[in-house]
Design a protein around this ligand. Structure first.
Ligand SMILES: [Mg+2]
Length: 314
């Protein structure tokens, strides 16, 4: 990309992120300005504002690239705003988990961002649509939905990994495994108690490879159903997932599809999308193929569990 191609729109969530992330995007902005790029900084006031700013970028032919800085929530809203446009998106990770940035191969280092920007290698990113809301990465139903709702009730501003401890602990002991019915492309694949994940990326929190076959450009969503009725069963599933053997177990269903519906007779099952509270059941999920043009490090692989834990400890 050349400075003559147009201006670069920075969409920054000022509330998200550790200081190290802010240092990286400041230094990257200086790098761009030194190269003669017109960088226009926009601070977001809310998640919906992040989406509005991205819509403006998508509709402005003078905007050559959008750079989103924030956590998974901010990135999701920017991606939603850019849906269907040819304006490329570069993501600078600035949140706690950075699920999507990690999947695309970013590692938080300035050198990686500069190299990626200079090469401008683009891969399309599919989006998920759940009851009209958009997600980039993973939607969870059941236990992790409960954790995210608890986390959200106590959060004020930026969170780190340690903030998850009590929500995970309390949800674990109090959780009641209620039945859910999961249908994929018209076929009912499960009706019973458990946990369900639907997504576009292979690695979940702390790098767990729940949806290990997921490819964010293939026009399909991956679905993993853990049949689970008790706390001890959940511990067993967690261990098998860490060991990457879960999808070989008879009490796990792993599929891919384009249209997924999940319903339940109770209204107690909570959901999450990209780490934020999600809609109540029933839900209809569709894939939006080729939705956003993402600038990504060519050939990079997502970091695994060990690297992610090291980064989290900092
Ligand atoms: Mg996919």
């Amino acid at each position: 990309m050349k400075p003559d191609d147009g201006y670069i729109k920075y969409i920054v969530n000022p509330k998200s992120g550790a200081t190290s992330g802010k240092l990286v995007w400041n230094r990257f902005e200086k790098y761009l300005m030194k190269k003669g790029f017109d960088v226009r900084i926009n601070l977001t006031q809310s998640l919906s504002h992040a989406c509005e700013l991205a819509v403006e970028a998508a509709n402005d032919s003078d905007c050559a690239m959008t750079i989103a800085i924030g956590g998974d929530g901010t990135i999701r809203e920017v991606a939603h705003g850019l849906e269907g446009s040819s304006t490329p998106l570069l993501i600078l990770p600035g949140g706690t988990e950075n699920l999507l940035a990690n999947e695309l191969g970013f590692n938080g280092k300035l050198e990686t961002i500069i190299k990626t920007f200079d090469a401008c290698y683009i891969r399309p990113l599919d989006l998920g649509n759940i009851n009209g809301r958009c997600f980039t990465s993973i939607a969870g139903f059941g236990y992790d939905g409960e954790v995210v709702h608890r986390m959200n009730e106590q959060r004020s501003g930026h969170i780190d990994h340690y903030d998850y401890f009590w929500p995970i602990w309390r949800s674990f002991w109090n959780y009641k495994f209620e039945p859910m019915c999961v249908t994929i492309d018209g076929e009912e694949v499960y009706n019973g108690p458990g946990l369900v994940f639907v997504g576009n990326i292979s690695r979940y929190a702390i790098g767990l490879q729940i949806l290990h076959d997921a490819n964010y450009s293939d026009g399909l969503l991956d679905v993993c159903v853990y049949k689970c009725g008790s706390q001890s069963h959940l511990v067993k599933h967690s261990l098998m997932t860490v060991l990457k053997h879960h999808s070989h177990c008879r009490d796990v269903i792993y599929r891919q599809g384009k249209k997924i519906s999940i319903k339940s007779e109770t209204d107690r099952i909570r959901t999450e999308i990209d780490g934020d509270p999600g809609p109540a059941l029933p839900v209809e999920i569709n894939v939006i193929p080729n939705a956003v043009q993402c600038v990504v490090p060519e050939g990079a692989k997502p970091a695994g569990i060990r690297t992610r834990i090291k980064r989290a400890i900092g």
